[in-house]
Each structure stands twice: as C-alpha cells, then as structure tokens.
Write a protein that binds this ligand. Structure first.
Ligand code: NAD
Length: 360
C-alpha cells in the first residue's frame, strides 16, 4: 500500500500533529505550512525526520499538494475555510478544537465532509488519555447505572494564553496579545478554549444525550486589568459557567476560566453521578496527569476504587486518525459531535446575552 500523504497547517498545537504523523509507519508528511518565520526556522531542529515542502500559507499547501490527510491547527476563525478547502481538494481533515467559530460554520464543515465523502475528525484531545478511555469502558460496562448528573471543570488562576510572563501560567506558544483574546479570531475565551474539552469529555462519557435547555453566564472580571497592565486589548470572557439539561432528564454543569481567584493554578475535573456508582477524574498537583476514582455501594458498604496513573497508553488522536483513513473505519470523534458542542457553546453565549435559558 502507498503511504498516505499528510500535510499540517500551523505549528503551534499542529507540531503535535506533525510529530504524530512522523511516527506513523503508513504516513509520509509531504508538507507543512506556517506563517511564522521563527516556527518554520525551528523545523529541522525540532522535527529532524521531516523533509517535506514548507509553505507560508495553508491554502497554498492544499492547492499544490495532493494530500490524503490535512491537519488544521490555526486560529479558530480559519478552521472553516481551510477545512472546506482541504475536503474539496480530496483530503480527509483532522481539525483542532473548537470545530469552528459557531454552529453555522461547523454545520457547513460537516455538510462538506459528507458531500465530498471524506472523514472530518475533531481533536478533542482529552478523550484520548488512558484515564478517559478507561472511564468510557467503565461507563459502557453499566457499572454506574443511569447517569443523572455530571460536573465538568477546567479552571485556571492566571492562565491567559499568550501571557506566559510573570504571574501568568499558560501552556500556549502563541505570542503576547495573541488571537486567543480577540473575539473576532477566537470566537470566545476560556469557554471555547478550555471548556470545549471538558464539555466534550463529559458529553462523550454520558453518551452525547440530546440537550433540551441551556442556561449560561460569562464574566470578564479579572482579565481586562491584567491585560491592560501589558498594554493589550482583551475582548473575550475570562470565566464561564453553564447548566445544561438533557431530554433524558440528566443535567451537566460546566465551569471554565483563564483567570479566577482560586487556590490552584490549573484545576481539571469531570464527575459523573450514576444510580449505581460515581466516577471522578481529576488532575494531579495542577499538572496534565490524572487519576480516576470509582465510588460504589456493595452490600450496604461504601467502596472507593482508584485507577492509578500511569496505565498503558492507548493510541493517540493522530495515530487513530491515520488508522481510520487507512482502514476506512470511524474515528473516535465524529464531526456531528463537534457540531453538538458548538450548538451548546453558542447557547451558553446566547443565554448570557439575553439573560434567559435557551430551549432546544
Ligand atoms: N487540542 C488541544 O489540546 C489544543 C491545544 C492548543 C491549541 N489548540 C487549538 O489549535 C489551534 C491553534 O492554536 P495554537 O495554540 O497552536 O495557536 P498558535 O497561535 O500558537 O499557532 C497557530 C499557528 O498557525 C499559523 N497560521 C495561522 N494562520 C495560518 C495560515 N492561514 N496558514 C499557515 N499557517 C497559519 C501561525 O503562524 C501560528 O504559528 C486553535 O484552534 C486552538 O484552539 C488545541
């Protein structure tokens, strides 16, 4: 079999896509594209096995290369156009989260993927961790029984992307005053950036139930002053919370922040309450490592069971996407799920704007 021809657009988070493809035996990474000179210059040192073509513009790469796989890892306001161009060129696309700026864009991407008969995957990375995969298997075993409530959280104390200096904590390589806090380029703040991950994780574990009603609030309490000190404009929320009710009767609560007055620098958790058991995933010591606990009552006694880290690493998003394209099998994240997440994010922003619940 010929190797699949892959190309990556954007070398921030896209660097992880590039590394993943370079490690896959059935892929040849024939090209990358990035607008930043510094990132293109670092390629030979950071990715020594890459020897493909280098473009400045993603659209040029799509036009000139006949690609089987394109990764789209650029600011959110470009996801739709680059994804559609890549799908129409005949490529399968792995697009970064959030899928798009809003539901209408996400739906257009989904419709294009269907029309072109190509795969469109969304990189909801936190599904791919060994802990999340173990949780999904536990839920599917029926050990929790009916899940009636979930709470999913990603809170940072001072973690605005692109402001890694001094008292700011962030893992982004984006520059100071970057697109992340310009609503026209990002579509929103921590809700669309961090909340999207924890929202997808909880929905996936709950079986993506059909939403019936959303009540949401967003705030911008700390970031304007924090960014003004550095002479930067800030046009998105710094905290968001929401309650989502589903047609099956379940409820999900969500919190997300880049800046909030809490103890931890970085707090992530997802809790599921079922009629037979409860499941709780949380990050360890403010890092990106996790434990999972299962709570049960057996014969009138309470038991706590802990899934320790590390556990065997399942294949990651990039390997699984290549496998899905090569074997024509479903990828772990379906574009319909990306659209549902966008509907919920839109509803949270809309509920905040009107002060009323959004009924589906
Ligand atoms: N899945 C995750 O955990 C995760 C983590 C971080 C970021 N992301 C997502 O990845 C995307 C990129 O975020 P980032 O942190 O890498 O941002 P970034 O600003 O660090 O990197 C984006 C890169 O894209 C390049 N670029 C922009 N437009 C381009 C174009 N038209 N053609 C070629 N190159 C172009 C820029 O030069 C830049 O180097 C966002 O959608 C973000 O939400 C996902």
């Amino acid at each position: 079999m010929d190797k699949l021809r892959a190309g990556v657009i954007g070398l921030g988070m896209g660097g992880n896509h590039l590394r993943g493809y370079l490690e896959h035996p059935d892929v040849e990474v024939v090209a990358i594209a990035d607008r930043r000179d510094d990132r293109r210059a670092l390629l030979p040192g950071q990715y020594p096995t890459f020897n493909g073509k280098i473009y400045h513009e993603g659209i040029e790469m799509i036009r000139h290369e006949q690609l089987d796989i394109v990764s789209v890892a650029v600011p959110n306001n470009q996801h739709k156009d680059l994804t559609i161009a890549a799908l129409e060129s005949g490529a399968n696309v792995l697009c970064e989260k959030p899928m798009a700026m809003n539901t209408a864009e996400a739906q257009e991407m989904l419709d294009t993927a269907k029309r072109c008969g190509k795969k469109l995957g969304i990189d909801f990375s936190y599904r791919f961790t060994p802990q999340s995969r173990a949780m999904k298997e536990l839920v599917e075993s029926g050990i929790l029984g009916n899940i009636y409530y979930a709470r999913t959280v990603w809170l940072r104390r001072r973690g605005i992307p692109g402001m890694a200096k001094n008292n700011f904590n962030t893992n982004s390589g984006a520059p100071m005053g970057s697109w992340f806090f310009n609503k026209a380029e990002s579509g929103g703040g921590p809700l669309i950036d961090l909340g999207v991950h924890r929202l997808d994780l909880a929905l996936w574990l709950m079986g993506y139930p059909e939403p019936s009603c959303v009540m949401g609030s967003t705030y911008c309490a700390l970031a304007p002053e924090l960014t003004r000190r550095q002479g930067l404009d800030y046009t998105v929320e710094d905290f968001a919370c929401a309650m989502i009710k589903f047609k099956n009767g379940a409820t999900l609560e969500l919190d997300a922040s880049w800046a909030s007055n809490i103890r931890e620098n970085e707090q992530m958790s997802t809790r599921l309450l079922g009629e037979k058991g409860g499941l709780y995933q949380y990050n360890l010591n403010e890092t990106y490592r996790y434990d999972v606990e299962l709570y049960q009552e057996i014969d009138g006694r309470q038991y706590d069971t802990k899934l320790h880290t590390p556990c065997p690493e399942p294949p990651g998003a990039f390997q699984l996407f290549v496998d899905a394209v090569r074997d024509d099998t479903p990828f772990l994240v379906q574009p319909e799920e990306g659209v549902t997440v966008m509907r919920l994010l839109d509803a949270i922003y809309e509920s905040n704007r009107t002060g009323k619940p959004v009924i589906f």
